[in-house]
Each structure stands twice: as structure tokens, then as C-alpha cells.
Design a protein around this ligand. Structure first.
Ligand SMILES: [Zn+2]
Length: 114
């Protein structure tokens, strides 16, 4: 059910921005999701179709952009990005790593029709 509350907040923000822009309709919504986020695109889309009915955002297309995660090695301070699965430090092989970014979920921008 995590996706439902996330989707609701996206809807709320997008509608607010749409109203501010005096939009007739919000047509596109661009979301940025960190690689390590547990958010599932399909679930967000599913809830979206359901909760956006009757709002300014009804029928808007959701665009998902996955961004790579950034990690730091706690043994050698090496910073690296992750394209795939969690993996040990590529420089020293340590598994003592910390995630700096990569689990975010943000509304990047919206497009509206006036
Ligand atoms: Zn290291």
C-alpha cells in the first residue's frame, strides 16, 4: 500500500501546481525514482488511473525516470554509482558501504494545457 500514499501526494502536488498555472488540464507528469527505491511503476500507474479521476490531472501521462544510486565506501571513502544490484566497493572490495542517494521519489515537473 506504500504506492497509494505516494501516488496521492503526487496527485496533490500536481493539482496544486496545475491550479497555480491556471491549467485546464495537466497532461504530463515527470517522476524521478531512485534505483534503490521500492516503488513499483505499475502500481503507481494503477493507483493513478483510479485516484486522478475527476481531478485536474485526470488522464495525465506518468513518465518515470530511474536514476542511479550513489554509494560511498566506509573503508576507503570511494564514491561510486550503482547501475544494477547492490555491489561491494569496486576499489577495495569492501562491503561496508553506505547509500548516499538512490531511494528518492520526486515529482520533477508537470506539463499543462491552458
Ligand atoms: Zn572501498
Amino acid at each position: 500500500m506504500h504506492e497509494l500514499s505516494v501516488t496521492e501526494s503526487v496527485l496533490e502536488i500536481a493539482c496544486k501546481h496545475g491550479e497555480k498555472a491556471r491549467a485546464k488540464k495537466v497532461t504530463d507528469i515527470f517522476l524521478v525514482i531512485g534505483k534503490l527505491s521500492s516503488i513499483v511503476d505499475d502500481s503507481v500507474q494503477f493507483y493513478w488511473d483510479f485516484i486522478s479521476k475527476g481531478t485536474l490531472c485526470e488522464g495525465a501521462t506518468l513518465h518515470f525516470k530511474r536514476i542511479p544510486a550513489e554509494l560511498i565506501c566506509l573503508d576507503c571513502d570511494h564514491k561510486y554509482t550503482l547501475d544494477d544490484e547492490l555491489s561491494p566497493c569496486p576499489r577495495c572490495g569492501s562491503a561496508r558501504i553506505r547509500v548516499i542517494s538512490g531511494d528518492e521519489f520526486n515529482l520533477e515537473s508537470i506539463e499543462v494545457q491552458r
